[in-house]
Write a protein that binds this ligand. Structure first.
Ligand code: FES
Ligand code: FE2
Length: 394
């Protein structure tokens, strides 16, 4: 995470000019912005400045549950307190910087650092320092325990998704997230959704390439034909809200009635989440900047995370949600399992794009090759790049 470089070392004035041309003429980010040197800069000047999703509240359902997560190398400990509130701390012991918690755990009242046993409560307060004063003393008068608490991290929650802002300077979370509610509220009642199955996969590519594999609607007929099977017409929409979301939305029109559609996920009989007056059939695929996603169908949804693991690997986690009892009812188990299999197939179809696009980013600058974007489909790709640059230029 240590670098002496700045954004200008990777993206000069002429690169910025090209990035901001009309989408049909614009040139995407240089390949060097997908490598290890730039990742160090992202760790310092991007991820700490923004609200980023990083985990799921349902991973820590009960008081005393905790889960260590990472946001681009920043170690974060998510904790459910006795008051049922979720809190986040930097998972860095205030003694000599060990990770205090390295595995998910349940029902704890304290966390003891494994190195020298400094012990913190669920609110991050240092409450014990065993043997600090010698073999028979748990106190040392010259070592003040105040100001040695775990460093808290700002937190926000949207649906089941936990967001953090590490530098504490981003706008209030409610203000940040409101446009996402505005986008989806007129279509869906998401309040009935309950967590069901989850799964994970790994892409051997930079996190931005991983996000790009879901960012556009353009590739779907070619890479995922099963997603639009039976669709006569695809009313594609594309929108973004700076720094929060990039949205690809479909009102997919079938050859006869909406229920006859065989495109993935429409045929399940889960209760509906689509509101009565919402146009249908309807789905939204929203990239929640920078590394989150929500995919909706008229009767279920998925939340996803694309967690950077170094500059050339991305850990992907998806959690499925269904209305009310259908999330756990055995009568729906087969349909839920089929849905998981279908979505895993979609992400397997995208795997080669993550691998080979990443490899090509590593060499293409030397050949003078910049990337291009199709205006009808890929305004969101341009928005994704530009929003990131805007944060890092601050
Ligand atoms: S580093 Fe945690 S107790 Fe020493
Ligand atoms: Fe895809």
């Amino acid at each position: 995470m240590t670098t002496s470089k700045t954004l200008a070392d990777f993206l000069d004035a002429s690169d910025i000019e090209k990035l901001y041309k009309p989408v049909g003429e614009a040139i995407g980010l240089p390949g060097r912005m997908f490598g290890a040197e730039f990742y160090a800069l992202e760790q310092r000047d991007y991820f700490p400045r923004i609200w980023s999703p990083v985990g799921f509240a349902s991973d820590i359902p009960d008081p005393g549950d905790a889960k260590p997560v990472e946001l681009a190398g920043w170690p974060i400990l998510l904790v459910r307190g006795k008051d049922k509130q979720v809190r986040a701390f930097l998972n860095v012991c205030r003694h000599r910087a060990m990770r205090v918690v390295t595995e998910p755990c349940k029902g704890r009242s304290t966390f003891m650092c494994p190195w020298h046993a400094f012990t913190y409560d669920l609110e991050g307060k240092l409450v014990a320092t065993p043997k600090i004063g010698g073999d028979r003393s748990n106190r040392d008068p010259s070592f003040k325990m105040e100001d040695v608490d775990l460093k808290p991290v700002r937190i926000g929650q949207w649906l089941d998704m936990i967001f953090v802002n590490i530098d504490g300077k981003a706008k209030p979370f409610e203000e940040h997230i409101q446009p996402l509610n505005d986008l989806l509220d007129s279509f869906y009642d998401l309040s009935t959704l309950k967590r069901a199955e989850s799964w994970s996969t790994v892409y051997e590519g930079n996190w931005k390439v991983a996000v790009e594999t879901v960012l556009d609607e353009y590739h779907i007929p070619f890479a995922h034909p099963q997603l639009i099977q039976g669709v006569k017409h695809n009313n594609h929409e594309n929108a973004h809200h700076d720094g929060l979301y990039v949205m690809t939305s479909n009102a997919r029109i079938y050859s006869d009635t909406r229920d006859s559609g065989t495109a993935m996920g429409y045929h399940f009989n889960f209760p509906r989440i689509l509101k009565e007056n919402a146009p249908e059939p309807r789905s939204h695929f929203v990239t929640i900047m920078p590394i989150g996603a929500i995919q909706t169908r008229p009767n279920h949804a998925l939340l996803g995370l694309f967690l950077p693991d170094g500059s050339d690997k991305t850990n992907i986690v998806f959690v499925h949600y269904y209305p009310g009892e259908s999330a756990t009812d055995p009568a729906f188990k087969q349909a839920r399992d089929e849905n998981v299999v279908s979505w895993k197939e979609v992400f397997a179809q995208d795997t080669p794009f993550a691998i080979y696009v990443h490899k090509n980013h590593e060499i293409r600058d030397a050949a003078g090759i910049g990337t291009r974007m199709a205006p009808a489909w890929e305004k969101g790709v341009a928005s994704f790049y530009r929003s990131m640059v805007e944060v890092m230029r601050q």
